[in-house]
Design a binder for this molecule. Structure first.
Ligand code: FES
Length: 178
């Protein structure tokens, strides 16, 4: 199959794949002997878990590994908000926007978080992950975090914060400042 790599610039993740990641990828592919394409999402998760995001070289590399076209991988990366094409901040603040949290003010809460760290609230994952200029914080919406009774909630890295109000924002930002 002829491949048409998407453009790439900067340090290439595909040139820095460690042996343990390669081993995990090889192992994951064995789970899909009939259709390698089905390994696309598992490989994207492995890649992002290791590098923090998926650059063009990663898209191309995974496509080649699965004998697909780069667009087959790129469309997954751009469709699923979970996947990122650029480096996130050290703390990723994920604010639930599903019904209970939306009714409890999560849209306003996200805007306050964005304003507090100086990022444009109008940016969404289709236009890049909003990240503060100092690289400390990224802010994004997510769907239900399974804590609807304590809305609004946000997940900061692996920590769930419940009943979050505007007054909690400085404390939360300080907690993840370093
Ligand atoms: S709606 Fe926000 S946690 Fe369920």
């Amino acid at each position: 199959m002829e491949h048409h790599p998407v453009s790439s610039s900067g340090p290439r993740q595909a040139d820095q794949i460690p042996a343990d990641l390669l081993a995990k990828i090889d192992e994951a592919v064995t789970h899909y002997p009939v259709s390698k394409r089905s390994a696309s999402l598992p490989l994207l998760h492995l890649w992002q878990n290791h590098f923090g995001f998926i650059d063009d070289s990663g898209v191309n590399w995974i496509a080649q590994r699965l004998e697909l076209e780069p667009i087959n991988i790129l469309e997954l990366v751009t469709f699923y908000p979970w996947f990122r094409q650029e480096a996130p901040g050290k703390a990723i603040i994920r604010i639930c926007r599903t019904l209970s949290c939306a009714m409890a003010g999560s849209y306003e809460l996200r805007e306050k978080f964005c304003n507090a760290v100086g990022v444009d609230p109008s940016t969404d994952h289709h236009h890049g992950l909003p990240t503060s200029a100092d690289g400390k914080y990224s802010i994004e919406f997510v769907e239900c975090l399974a804590s609807c009774g304590s809305a609004p909630v946000c997940l900061v890295n692996d920590d769930l914060h419940e009943d979050v109000t505007e007054a909690d924002i400085p404390k939360i930002l300080t907690q993840y400042a370093s």
